[in-house]
Write a protein that binds this ligand. Structure first.
Ligand code: KIV
Length: 271
């Protein structure tokens, strides 16, 4: 990976400083070289190679099918593209739940084979031993609480989590535990804004929200969703910044009609 001399790279420490100074953290997903090049050049702080690749890149209904090898392939493509952003990679379903040794081996493979800077792992107290073991190996860990899509079959629905007091209380305890273990940040997915505010105020490490309101220390979106590549996916938390599906569809239709009309290539476009 080439590092441009004049670019100050984002580190886990930078993110902690941003929280201290009240500067919000901007995070987006990316899964391939071309997209990551654009995202990094646009000034994003953190690129998440999310297991949402299982949905948006591979077309699966859930995040469960994506493998560790596939995550490493996506992550190494992203790492080759970036000059500035911190690259965090999801530990996929089945790569850490067995035991803490399996979790450590998976995290080491991600770091060694992709060149990424940190891993993200879903869960609280129940994965404390794995988080601790990964951290002991010197690998930065981002937590992920609230709606954890790898447990979708346990939840049965993608609706807002932790609306009830007991679940909200457990989430607060989990967040504190992850901070105590040494996680550098925590993603809070689809929880009430007031709860996210409470957690963000209680923690010294940054929270990064998706569907968790404005009080988180940063925000993350899936890039295909915010660029409008996923036509029809319009949850309340999503702000769509472009309509790339329509733009691309128009361009491709135009190309098809030019080819059919023998208008492309022209004299100028041939040798
Ligand atoms: O996989 C992913 O894209 C994620 C984000 C939704 C936070 O985990």
């Amino acid at each position: 990976m080439s590092v441009h001399k004049d670019v100050k790279r984002i580190t886990t420490r930078t993110l902690q400083e941003m929280k201290r100074h009240g500067e919000k953290i901007a995070m987006l997903t990316a899964y391939d070289y071309s997209m990551a090049t654009i995202v990094d050049a646009a000034g994003i702080d953190v690129i998440l190679v999310g297991d949402s690749a299982s949905n948006v890149m591979a077309g699966h209904e859930t995040t469960l099918p994506i493998t560790l090898d596939q995550m490493i392939y996506h992550a190494s493509s992203v790492v080759r593209a970036i000059n500035r952003a911190l690259v965090v990679v999801d530990l996929p379903f089945g790569s850490y739940q067995g035991n803490s040794k399996e979790a450590l081996n998976s995290a080491i493979r991600i770091m060694k084979e992709s060149g990424a800077h940190a891993v993200k792992i879903e869960g609280g107290l129940e994965i404390a031993e794995s988080v601790s073991r990964i951290l002991t190996a010197g690998i930065p860990v981002m937590g992920h609480l609230g709606l954890t899509p790898q447990s979708i079959y346990k939840f049965g629905t993608y609706t807002v989590r932790a609306k009830e007091e007991a679940e909200a209380q457990k989430l607060v305890e989990d967040a504190i535990k992850l901070q105590e273990l040494g996680c550098f940040a925590i993603v809070l997915e689809k929880i009430p804004a007031e709860l996210a505010k409470k957690v963000s105020e209680q923690l010294s490490i940054p929270t990064i929200g998706i569907g968790a309101g404005r009080h988180c220390d940063g925000q993350v979106l899936v890039i295909h969703d915010m660029l409008g590549l996923n036509k029809g996916f319009r949850p309340r938390f999503l702000r769509q910044y472009a309509s790339l599906y329509d733009i691309m569809n128009d361009a491709i239709q135009h190309y098809v009609s030019d080819v059919k009309a023998k208008d492309f290539p022209s004299e100028k476009e041939q040798y």
